[in-house]
Design a protein around this ligand. Structure first.
Ligand SMILES: Nc1nc2c(ncn2[C@@H]2O[C@H](COP(=O)(O)OP(=O)(O)O)[C@@H](O)[C@H]2O)c(=O)[nH]1
Ligand SMILES: [Mg+2]
Length: 422
């Protein structure tokens, strides 16, 4: 049984254009939390996330990699995704497994094709978004210009949550600090603008703030901050250097204290019914005692274990030896092995509860959905076509609920909202 409660879980995807530094950032986060002892590099081909031989040879990510680490009593499940448009199907599929998208922007090259696309896909998926400007250690940067460009393209709700300081050697956080040195902008002004934006989410808090003029406490700000994130009224901007480590601790603190937990994030937009037929919206309930609904967002073929489904639980608790059904199929899939995934390392686990990411290998391989290769190849094609690029492979696994009329309802095919357009 997981020792983490739902409130202590964070699920995050690193998305954005290729070479923005996502894989190196994942490495820096793993190092800073003690999940690894030494930092690998993309150049040496020894990062945790780019484990595949082809990725090492190409020098960039080709598939998404799932890692996890603990920080400030939370467990963060992180998906590092490939950034080049040819492989964007993997990045789009990963969005179905998370509550927060960290859109990583290269400070040297600014907003690029996949920055814009992933900002849009994450918004369509109603994910909480944060922008991470990486490579702040590089020379000849125009960071104020980049922030202005981001605001012009994505709106004034893109607000500074920290600022580079001491020649980009570190960063100063502006939610908890109202004074300090920064390389550009004023910490006081950024702090005031951020507080003003957050308190607007809560009428009582706003009235109290206007009356006594004092900053609300961090506890009072938490709920309106989450609401602003959820509703897209706030897209925090953070700065990092995955190379020097500047801003990494601050990013970790933001993930632990401000990124939504599964109950705080927007519920995934599921629909009941066959794609193309009449469908009705359906909301999974984050209740560990209900029957299982899990969404497979990635399938890999392992030479030893066979097909492995990587899924996120949206309802109920998945346990080893449980029987699951895909769509309205009559034949169940037996949960042969249940693992927690650390890139390539599979750590055996007995159960997993709401909205955690886990891996399953079935004991009966032939029962796995046979259409998965078709889905994946279709998805690659779509990824280059913006008109239908919001589609991603989506199966919901479920256990049968106990009452028979609920069973009838539950045996209808469940599809993610995006799949309706297929
Ligand atoms: N100067 C500098 N280089 C970085 C930083 N982060 C990543 N890089 C380099 O940028 C290149 C692309 O990094 P990678 O992590 O593969 O980017 P990804 O495609 O977004 O995963 C590699 O050569 C990294 O060493 C950084 O913070 N500063
Ligand atoms: Mg990468």
């Amino acid at each position: 049984m997981s020792k983490y409660t739902t409130e202590a879980l964070r699920s995050v995807a690193l998305v954005g254009h290729g070479a923005a530094g996502k894989t190196t950032l994942a490495e820096a986060l793993l190092l800073a939390t003690g999940a690894i002892n030494a930092k690998g590099s993309v150049e040496k081909g020894n990062t945790v996330a780019d484990f595949d031989a082809q990725e090492k040879e190409a020098g960039h990510s080709l598939t998404s990699a799932i890692v996890n680490f603990g920080y400030e009593n939370t467990r963060v499940h992180l998906i590092d995704t490939p950034g080049y448009p040819d492989f964007s199907g993997q990045a789009i599929a990963a969005l179905a497994g998370v509550d927060t998208a960290l859109i990583v922007v290269n400070a040297q090259t600014g907003v690029e094709l996949m920055t814009e696309r992933m900002m849009r896909y994450a918004a369509e998926r109603k994910l909480c978004r944060m922008i991470v400007i990486n490579k702040i250690d590089a020379e000849n940067l125009d960071l104020p210009g980049l922030v202005a460009d981001i605001r012009e393209r994505f709106g004034k709700q893109c607000m500074l949550l920290d600022l580079p300081a001491h020649g980009a050697a570190d960063v100063v956080e502006v939610l908890e600090h109202d004074a300090g040195d920064a390389d550009f902008e004023s910490v006081a002004a950024a702090h005031r603008a951020l507080i003003d934006q957050i308190v607007e989410e809560d009428e009582d808090l706003l009235a109290q703030y206007l009356e006594d003029g004092a900053d609300p406490t961090a506890t009072a700000l938490h709920a309106p901050f989450e609401k602003a994130l959820r509703e897209g009224h706030l897209i925090p901007i953070l700065f990092t250097s995955a190379k020097t480590g500047a801003g990494i601790k601050e990013l970790l603190h933001v993930l632990a204290s401000l990124a939504p937990n599964p109950a705080e994030g927007n519920a995934p937009p599921f629909y009941k019914g066959e794609p193309g037929d009449k469908t009705e919206p359906f909301q999974a309930e984050p209740d560990a005692s209900k029957h299982v609904l899990a969404h497979v967002f990635k399938v890999v073929a392992d030479p030893y274990l066979g097909k492995i489904g990587i899924f996120r639980v949206h309802q109920g608790t998945m346990k080893k030896d449980m029987q699951l059904f895909v769509g309205d199929s009559k034949r169940p899939i037996k949960v042969g092995h249940l693992y927690q995934l650390q890139a390539t390392r599979l750590i055996s686990t007995a159960s997993c509860t709401i909205r955690t990411m886990r891996t399953i290998s079935t004991s009966c391989r032939s029962n796995f959905p046979s259409r998965w290769p078709a889905w994946l190849s279709k998805q690659r094609k779509r990824a280059t076509n913006s008109a239908c690029s919001t589609s991603w492979p989506s199966w919901l696994w479920k256990t049968r609920p106990s009452s028979s009329n609920v069973t009838r309802r539950a045996t209808k095919r469940w599809s993610a909202a995006s799949a309706r357009s297929t």
